[in-house]
Design a protein around this ligand. Sequence first.
Ligand code: COA
Ligand code: MG
Length: 293
Amino acid sequence: MTIRPRRSALYLPGSNARALDKARGLPADVIIIDLEDAVAPEAKALAREQACAALSQGGYGDREMVIRINSLASEWGHADIASVAKSGAHAILVPKVSTPGDVMMTAAEMRKACAPDHLRLWIMMETPMAILNADSLVRTARDPNARLDVLVMGTNDLARETRARITPGRAALLPWLATCVAAARAYGADLLDGVYGDFRNIEGLRAECEQARDMGMDGKTLIHPDQIAVCNETFTPDANELAWARKLVAAFDAPENAAKGAIALDGRMVERLHADIARRNLEIAAAIAGRAV
Ligand code: COA
Ligand code: MG
């Protein structure tokens, strides 16, 4: 399976033509064109049209293009799916998902709309029910019919619905974030962190990116172009990590270690599982280096 770097995922409102155009030159791995909360009810149809027109016009290079639709329970959701199915996007991002049935129902709608197989399904993890159901919900990723590839934390909605406060360090959110990391890893999905709203505060953003990376997430969703550089930097394995990874892989590949599960390297005990992590870091770095954006 080829690894796809998803370090930075920039949201922009589908109603904002300037942002749609500007995204063609921004170094985000993923662009999420929003039709949901960033778009006012009276601009929904315009946003949908502009999003599809921008995709058919193209110019987004290697970026993974995702459209966040309105919930299927809203008056716009079904029309959104019908349009996005033919848009050439890589994935549909569905908000307010709470149960495995929500995933399968959306996938069924996609099939009905004749969505091509390569149009994937991403889901927001943003309701208290989604957290409680994380196991059964994300287990749907095992069913090829579900098309489920990526989970996106919706931390603002989660905070609103639970009445938790988002404080520096995000103590109240950590159990839910960690639950979603476990669900993603258990069923082979990627996981992207929620947004950092204080977009002029780059050091605050850096701390949150580091926290997400250290928890095991694959990247972070963003709201402003100024947030991309720090996010990409944080989620890219650095030179020291890569040097260590190469050394570790070489050590386990050496004939004298072929039968060993654990060895000493530079005064540290390392096991084969560390070599697996190292290999993944090398693959991610190679995939990032190969990107044209
Ligand atoms: N994507 C692409 N371009 C963006 C952008 C985004 N998310 N946010 C801002 N820009 C562009 C602006 O158009 C502007 O371009 P220009 O100067 O070349 O014309 C430039 O970046 C600087 O923008 P700035 O003036 O600093 O910000 P703003 O006041 O125009 O916008 C926000 C601030 C928060 C309204 C805007 O960043 C935004 O809409 N973000 C996304 C919100 C969203 O999608 N939320 C849903 C998920 S939570
Ligand atoms: Mg939300």
